[in-house]
Design a binder for this molecule. Structure first.
Ligand SMILES: *Cc1c(COP(=O)(O)O)cnc(C)c1O
Length: 400
């Protein structure tokens, strides 16, 4: 099909929930994508931080193909080898001890919310259920996780929302301290807010949050769905901050594009769940776990995280150079290869012009360009992207 045909078919039959960009990618390799009409793109979105190893990664593709021929699905009625091995790999490489598998980031956060409430009920009684989250956060689109998300625009029209959530400004320890009350059972935060505009937590903030949680008997939950798995230049963002959550969630990059989510908890917290408390038909199935095992093993054995730190630092410098040249760049921020550039002008036209020149970018909150390239890119790809961005910025400056 041509790109035009794909778009028309989609517009006719697919539910209208996405404001889509007029592009239909059909093939990828590494940081490159090709659309239905054969045009090539440098992909600095990577499926929104999903394809950490790039598109069509041979190790992941081969593992998935072989597993699909052997066994795709059985059910959690039985023991599943790739699931057990993936849980071991995650536990051995993180501060967590036990893993619950699901199929998305929202489901991973949903599981974390349920575990936190169950833990609090068991240890402190029925009145501890409230979870404090941050304004500008993003935790998913199910009713509970969209309620946890501190952005009214995502909640509008879906009321009544489930009770038991409270919001505080991010990076404001005093506000959190004031908000925590007798009903509070947990604090849920993204160490780096992604969707909300690439806002990293301040180091002393997260340390302060950890101390507060310990003093008040609250669970600390980190949503690492976007910032986890190498994105910040550390395997997990909490490592960068030297803070250990009681529970953390993963999804996006875990299967390099195969849908899988995970909720990881420390032993003592995980113990609040017993058989029957939570479940998922597809969660942790052999195919998904094989994809994630191949992804995580490749990541750990091939210096992918170190590459993200190194190339991320280089990229940030290039973006700061642009910020120095173009007065409409307000700020460059982020960690590793989770970078944002706040503009004083609309971001959408910049994204469109970059795409026309063969560079895919994402824009959040109207004026913030978000850069999420695959973690395997080199400095050449960064130079190419920065070059395109510079041309587009120069045009934007001339038009003003
Ligand atoms: C993307 C995202 C989610 C939601 O993940 P889905 O797989 O879309 O449900 C949750 N939290 C964060 C931080 C995310 O970036």
């Amino acid at each position: 099909m041509t790109g035009q045909e794909i778009m028309e078919l989609s517009a006719r039959y697919v539910m209208n929930t996405y404001g889509r960009i007029p592009l239909a990618p059909v093939k990828g390799a590494g940081a490159r994508l090709w659309d239905a009409d054969g045009k090539e793109y440098l992909d600095f979105v990577a499926g929104i931080a999903v394809c950490a190893l790039g598109h069509a990664h041979p190790a992941v593709a081969q593992a998935v193909a072989e597993q699909a021929r052997r066994l795709m699905h059985v059910s959690n009625l039985y023991y599943i080898e790739p699931q057990a091995r993936l849980a071991q790999l995650l536990a051995e490489n993180s501060c967590g001890d036990r893993v619950f598998f699901c199929n998305s980031g929202a489901e991973a956060n949903e599981a974390a919310i349920k575990l936190a409430r169950k833990y609090a009920k068991l240890h402190y009684g029925p009145e501890k259920y409230e979870i404090i989250t941050a304004l500008k956060s993003f935790h998913g689109r199910t009713l509970a996780t969209v309620t946890a998300t501190g952005q009214p625009k995502y909640q509008k029209g879906f009321e009544p929302l489930p009770p038991g959530f409270k919001y505080v400004p991010f990076n404001d320890l005093a506000a959190l301290e004031a908000a925590a009350g007798p009903h509070t059972c947990a604090v849920l935060l993204e160490p780096v807010q992604g969707e909300g505009g690439v806002h990293p937590a301040q180091s002393d903030y997260l340390k302060g949050v950890q101390d507060l949680c310990r003093r008040r008997g609250l669970l600390l939950i980190f949503d690492e769905v976007q910032c986890g798995l190498g994105r910040t230049g550390r395997l997990f963002a909490y490592e960068y901050y030297g803070v250990e959550p009681d529970i953390f969630t993963l999804a996006k990059a875990l299967g390099n594009g195969f849908p899988i989510g995970a909720m990881v908890a420390k032993e003592e917290v995980a113990a609040a769940f017993s058989p029957g408390d939570h479940a998922s038909t597809f969660g942790g199935n052999p195919l998904a776990c094989t994809a994630a095992l191949a992804t995580l093993e490749y990541m750990l054995e091939n210096g992918v995280v170190e590459n993200a730190a190194r190339v991320g630092a280089y990229f940030k410098e290039r973006l700061l150079e642009l910020a120095g040249r173009f007065p409409f760049v307000r700020e460059v921020r982020g960690l590793g290869l989770l970078l944002g550039m706040e503009l004083a002008i609309e971001g959408a036209p910049i994204v469109t012009r970059c795409r026309e020149r063969g560079l895919l970018l994402n824009c959040v909150d109207g004026r913030i360009l978000r850069f999420l390239p695959p973690l395997i890119i080199g400095t050449e790809e960064v130079d190419q992207a920065a070059g395109i961005l510079k041309e587009v910025f120069r045009e934007a400056l001339e038009r003003r």
